[in-house]
Design a protein around this ligand. Structure first.
Ligand code: AMP
Length: 304
């Protein structure tokens, strides 16, 4: 049930209506690893950092069962840096800066111990790297999930289509689904995206929950109404990490189990947004997670 996650390990500077933080730890594979670590202890991380990244943060990831053998450190290099500003509604955001830094020269070499990973999360990252990781696997994985964002749809559309062809499940937000497909209706967007290769599509709609499609079925998962949303950064990555972590734990890739996995992904997303950076997602208890899953179940339970 090994889970490989490739993505960024980064510094973020964030402006939100609740305050600003500068150079806090972020990055897609950092977030997804934490979220997945509550479901499986066999996580293989692939990424790159400069030697400016704090060792204590790496130790925290290792202590969660995350293998860092595939995390390359470039001496004298700077880690990926992203700065963003959230609007008053805490959903829409503008990117202020994307500095690829060491990511610009990253050509990942998978350690041998990663090559038979069964569950693959191609986290938000350049499509070239997502493709390169897939090519180095020595056995066919049980499920490949690909996450991406508007930045790559804009700047690397053709390469992204190549990467999407290699995945089973694509996760994107509603605006990105429209951008990628050129269709406004999400149902039509889903049909177009299935022609690109994936068998499953998850469309994230922020505080309005998410939709899981296959060619014949649609399932809707709500987002938990939360009192305190402090920083939405990492919600998509924690969703993806929780989703795939749950599938890896259960070993079941059926549509029925994907419904349960989506709820677990939503639970992990609901935690990360309650504080900046990884402060909340780092040290959750099983009880906190289970009680939030229960709240999700009750949110939509009714009788006729
Ligand atoms: P999310 O809020 O789930 O979309 O993820 C936000 C995280 O993704 C931040 O911690 C950033 O460091 C990272 N990030 C931002 N832009 C990119 C990008 N273009 N490629 C990869 N990771 C990014």
């Amino acid at each position: 049930m090994s889970l490989l996650t490739v993505g960024t390990v980064a510094f973020d500077s964030l402006e939100t209506p609740h305050g600003n933080v500068d150079m806090v730890v972020g990055g897609s594979s950092q977030y997804s690893s934490y979220a997945a670590s509550y479901f499986t202890k066999d996580i293989n991380l692939v990424s790159i950092i400069g030697d400016d990244f704090p060792q204590s943060e790496l130790d925290d990831l290792s202590n969660k069962g995350v293998s860092l053998e595939g995390l390359k450190t470039v001496a004298g290099g700077k880690s990926f840096f992203w700065a963003g500003r959230y609007l008053e509604n805490m959903i829409d955001r503008v990117t202020l800066t994307t500095d690829l830094n060491v990511l610009g020269e990253f050509d990942p070499i998978l350690p041998d111990s990663y090559k038979n990973s069964e569950y693959i999360l191609l986290g938000n990252l350049t499509p070239d790297i997502q493709i390169s990781v897939m090519k180095q696997l020595s056995s066919k994985p049980k499920l490949v999930v690909l996450d991406t964002m508007n930045f790559w749809i804009d700047s690397a559309y053709d390469k992204l289509l190549e990467a999407i062809k290699l995945c089973d499940v694509l996760t994107i937000n509603d605006e990105e689904a429209r951008m990628l497909s050129g269709e406004h209706s999400l149902v039509k967007a889903a049909a177009k995206i299935f022609e690109m290769g994936p068998q499953y599509l998850i469309i994230k709609k922020g505080e309005h929950g998410s939709l899981l499609f296959d060619r014949n079925n649609v399932f809707f998962a709500p987002a938990l109404p939360l009192e305190n949303v402090i920083d939405p950064t990492g919600a998509g990555d924690c969703f993806a990490g929780g989703f795939l972590g749950y599938i890896a734990m259960t070993g079941d890739t059926s549509f029925e189990n994907m419904k349960r996995a989506i709820i677990h992904g939503s639970v992990m997303a609901s935690f990360v947004v309650e504080d900046f950076s990884n402060y909340r997602i780092k040290s959750l208890t099983k009880e906190e997670i289970n009680s939030r899953v229960e709240r999700f179940v009750n949110l939509t339970k009714f009788s006729l």
